[in-house]
Design a protein around this ligand. Structure first.
Ligand code: HEM
Length: 454
């Protein structure tokens, strides 16, 4: 992992400092002491650092301007995920796809997820799922892993959108397999028994086999063409200009990627937003008052929430944005330079990897004063300057599920605020930062009903 001492635990040390909410300078100082990584830019605000990570010479990009330049230039920067990640997500998924194929499949799959019509069609299911889930937790009356259950809930939603649903047992089993896949995603790529990466590779094999079974059944039964079409139907029916259809392994890799991306981050952010609300009574009171006002404005005959109600959740949207900034669930993206290019006055050589460190942007005191304070009110006023808020990335690879994610999280918080309370068993529980920030007890907690109408 390290230029000077390939056997050192340099990468672990690097990751340890970088994934915490610490300043890049602290990381550089500590990392250099441990293993002598070489950095350009030093302690000036160059925002670019040179390192050797995941077996490749790499430039770390940490300022809004430089991130924007890289993310908006598709000719010069192509996707550049580490081989180990590609092996887990799928060599035929977006993480490893050329420009044209990516554009085609992205167009096919993104429109049915985001946008007014798509979100309207999913809202009823999301609303019902959230209401039933919260009731079930409150009826339990005992502690449970809040994060684990939230991940199951967001997984049920994404499976409904992509595969027209799955029964409770299959969904829980698949979600457990995804958890194993995820734990190996940012682990050292050691494919030996006992290591997280090895377990993740095996989890991927199980996922591929499960999705192949569903695909076989779907092909045998015939795809739906009109009512009830889901993403699997769309992928099976898709043809390029030459009339070529997608092979099973291509469909499966796109599904493995979407089902993973479509529930992990949303589940984590929902958990953190709930925790932050519960820990900050003033913020909770203001968010709750807004939801109560929305409830009062709903006409008597209306069943469930509408997108119009969701659009009125202005303060809640600030809470969600602040959670996205503060937690940095997707803290880094990977690209590769296709030619020599100058960024911020420094040369990035052709073939070098480029890592975009969103966390550094979101925790930069020059962009966000007092970055370690959870303060939703910082989102009042005009929208942030381009490149300064990148929880969903930017450019042609901007997260296609961004609106869906915000909708799911907001619907959950709406019902939580109106009727429930979270009591954590270990409120000071240690946080683990890889693969995503989470309390090591997976947020062991109890949900109690505080309003008789829920
Ligand atoms: C809070 C929730 C979420 C966060 C923070 C998040 C974050 C991100 C980020 C930062 C990227 C850009 C990666 C890059 O530039 O290489 C991305 C890509 C992606 N996300 Fe999300 N995401 C979330 C939810 C979702 C959901 C709900 C879905 C699916 C419905 C989804 C599907 C994807 C896919 C397929 C990509 C790859 C896009 C491409 O390469 O064109 N994400 N996400």
């Amino acid at each position: 992992a390290c230029i000077q001492n390939p056997l050192s635990a340099c990468l672990d040390v690097a990751m340890y400092y970088m994934v915490r909410n610490c300043k890049t300078e602290d990381f550089v100082r500590n990392c250099c002491r441990f293993c002598g990584l070489i950095f350009i830019g030093g302690f000036r605000r160059a925002g670019l650092y040179r390192a050797f990570m995941f077996s490749s010479p790499t430039i770390l990009v940490t300022t809004p301007e430089a991130c924007k330049q890289v993310l908006m230039d598709d000719d010069t920067f192509v996707t550049g995920w580490p081989k180990a990640t590609v092996a887990l997500i799928g060599p035929k998924s977006f993480v490893n796809m050329g420009y044209d194929e990516h554009r085609r499949l992205r167009k096919l799959t993104a429109a049915p997820i985001n946008g007014f019509d798509a979100l309207t069609s999913y809202l009823g299911f999301i609303d019902e799922t959230v209401v039933t889930t919260l009731r079930g937790w409150a009826d339990r009356g005992s502690d449970f892993e809040f994060l684990t259950e939230l991940r199951r809930m967001t997984f049920r939603i994404i499976v409904q959108i992509f595969m027209g649903g799955a029964d409770e047992r299959t969904a829980a089993e698949l979600e457990r397999t995804y958890t194993e896949l995820n734990y190996g995603m940012r682990a050292m790529a050691i494919d030996l028994p006992g290591f997280a990466y090895h377990k993740a590779i095996r989890a991927r094999r199980r996922l591929v086999a499960a999705l192949q079974r569903v695909l076989d059944e779907r092909r045998a039964r015939g795809c739906r063409k009109t009512a009830g079409v889901d993403m699997m139907d769309r992928l099976i029916a898709a043809e390029d200009e030459g009339g070529r259809r997608l092979q099973d392994d291509e469909i499966i890799d796109v599904l493995v990627m979407y089902l993973n991306a479509g529930h992990e981050s949303s589940g984590h952010i929902t958990m953190w937003a709930t925790v932050f609300l519960q820990e900050n009574p003033e913020i909770l009171a203001r968010a709750k008052a807004e939801q109560e006002a929305i409830m009062r404005s709903i006409p008597p005959g209306q069943k469930g929430l509408t997108l119009r109600d969701f659009r009125k959740m202005e303060y809640l949207s600030q809470v969600v944005d602040e959670t996205l900034r503060f937690v940095n669930i997707s803290f880094v993206s990977f690209r590769q330079a296709t030619r020599d290019v100058s960024v911020n006055g420094y040369l990035i050589p052709k073939g070098w990897k480029v890592q975009l460190w969103y966390r550094s942007v979101h925790m930069d005191p020059q962009v966000y004063p007092h970055p370690n304070k959870f303060d939703p009110s910082r989102w009042e006023g005009p929208p942030p300057r381009a490149g300064t808020f990148l929880p969903f990335g930017l450019g042609t690879r901007l997260c296609p599920g961004n609106d869906l994610a915000k909708l799911e999280i907001s619907v959950f918080l709406h019902h939580f605020l109106l009727g429930y309370k979270l009591t954590r068993k270990n409120p000071n529980c240690r946080v683990r930062y890889l693969p995503h920030p989470r309390p090591v007890d997976n947020c062991l907690a109890k949900i109690t009903r505080v309003s008789s109408s829920h």
